[in-house]
Design a protein around this ligand. Structure first.
Ligand SMILES: [Zn+2]
Length: 478
């Protein structure tokens, strides 16, 4: 799909600002890509010319781990641990209509577009799903104008990592899980049939929507299931997305189950390579990190979510030392209430500073900007994305430099990572198309989405009262 040429006049990039170049340059966008960069470019006939003399042009950010079904559940998960959060999440997301699926996805797209995120991996959904559910989320993401991967969350084993341990298993909790657990595994054959139907129907939609197999979490999948996902990804040339070692319990279970770490087991199976993007990676050992780096897999860090539910701290300095490609994600809205990727960048840069006396090892603003752009592009398997250069896909964001955060501009990278939170995003271009123009989203009706979303959480909770019994039977948060 191609849109009218866009000519950005007199725009500043990080490089211009860093060098004190007041003049900026022009950027021509044609057929979805950056076609030319230079001074005083000639405007092609019919091109839309934007005056960008007060604007920073930055690459669109990539949110490489999100769950659209959770979007209405912000403000619900303070002081919850992973198990309680997960069961509450089931009650807050299961049994949605297709319209509700679309509303939830678009609600998140509003937040992401408005804060400068242009691409996302949606790890969708939580429970069992049908092709029609996937159609609903694909349609919504296509309508949003964003670039997206719908990473279909499949599993053939129990969610043993969120089942109660012996001391927690009261009769009420055991009965609630027996009667209301929505996380019922499907057979390998059923899941693969469903994945194939979705990939053949939706992968490549509008040139910017991909569909990946996405084992919910390898510790919830059989070896044969992981191998089947790998085979499916190779056959259709997709990526594979998953959660990996978010909690200590997942690491302990994997060790008990395989006699080695989850990462070592996946590598030995032949299911860990550059197709894989793995969310969290909090409990990787040094050997795991080396193995992931060697295999070319991508670690998608979600520091804000990890801190909110206390699930762990990703060893980011060790990742960088090993040369492991890192991307960043927000995770779902109940563990990250605003989807502002700049916050993930800031946390990734700051998390380790109090425990690392050697300042030369500290993660820098430039490191985390790479994670939020080209690292995310690697998770999407989009090599031509994430930089401002001729030939790159045109996913770009214009920030207002005539604002307090940017005045004076001392170091654009530091101010972007540690200062900007999206409030100065004015216009957003995705795949060469103007998706937001001077603060107005052009691709869908934002007010209608907000209207539809007002009762979404309440309605979902009412129909899932049985599932809610499980979350409540765990008792109050510690
Ligand atoms: Zn997640």
């Amino acid at each position: 799909m191609h849109y009218p040429d866009l000519l950005l006049r007199n725009v500043r990039t990080f490089l211009h600002l860093a060098s004190g170049n007041a003049g900026g340059c022009d950027v021509l966008i044609r057929q979805g890509r950056i076609a030319q960069i230079g001074p005083k470019l000639v405007a092609p006939e019919h091109a839309r010319v934007l005056d960008c003399s007060e604007r920073l042009l930055a690459p669109g950010l990539v949110n490489a781990h999100w769950h659209s079904p959770m979007q209405a559940a912000h403000g619900t998960a303070d002081r919850l641990d992973h198990k309680r959060f997960m069961w509450l999440n089931q009650a807050d997301t299961a049994n949605r209509s297709q319209e509700e699926i679309a509303t939830s996805a678009l609600l998140g797209c509003i937040q992401m577009i408005r804060s400068g995120t242009t691409a996302v991996i949606d790890h969708f959904p939580e429970q069992g799903f049908e092709v029609s559910d996937v159609a609903a989320v694909v349609d919504a993401l296509e309508r949003s104008g964003m670039r997206a991967v719908v990473a279909l969350r499949v599993f053939d084993g129990e969610y043993s990592d969120i089942m109660p341990e012996a001391a927690q298993a009261t009769p009420a909790l055991t009965a609630a899980i027996r009667d209301h657990n929505p996380l019922v595994p499907r057979s390998l054959a059923q899941s693969m049939e469903l994945l194939e139907a979705c990939i053949t129907s939706f992968d490549g939609r509008a040139g910017r929507i991909r569909v990946f197999p996405a084992p919910s979490n390898p510790v919830r999948c059989s070896d044969a299931f992981l191998l089947a996902c790998q085979e499916m990804a190779e056959r259709f040339d997709t990526g594979i997305h998953c959660h990996l070692l978010e909690t200590r319990r997942q690491a302990t279970l994997a060790q008990a189950q395989y006699g080695r770490s989850m990462v070592a087991h996946m590598a030995a199976l032949g299911t860990l390579d550059s197709r894989w993007s793995c969310a969290h990676c909090n409990w990787l050992t040094e050997d795991d990190i080396a193995l992931m780096a060697q295999r070319g897999a991508v670690a998608v860090l979600n520091p804000e979510s990890n801190l909110k539910i206390g699930s762990g701290v990703p060893p980011i300095t060790a990742f960088l030392r090993a040369g492991l490609t890192c991307a960043l994600g927000t995770d779902g809205a109940s563990t990250n209430d605003n989807l502002v990727l700049q916050e993930a960048m800031q946390l990734a840069a700051l998390l380790h500073r109090t425990s690392e006396p050697d300042h030369s090892q500290w993660v820098s603003a430039a490191d985390v900007l790479r994670m939020g752009t080209t690292g995310g592009a690697a998770a999407l398997r989009e090599p031509d994305l994430g930089q401002i250069a001729v030939g790159q896909k045109a996913d770009l964001v214009l920030y207002d430099l005539n604002s307090a955060i940017w005045t004076p501009c001392n170091d654009p990278l530091q101010q972007f990572v540690f200062g900007e939170r999206g409030a100065n995003v004015r216009s957003v271009i995705i795949d060469g198309r103007l998706v937001m123009d001077e603060g107005v989203i052009l691709t869908f009706d934002e007010a209608a989405v907000l209207q539809n979303a007002r009762h979404l959480l309440q309605d979902t909770r009412e129909r899932n009262a049985g599932i809610r019994l499980i979350a409540d039977a765990f008792g109050p948060a510690p």
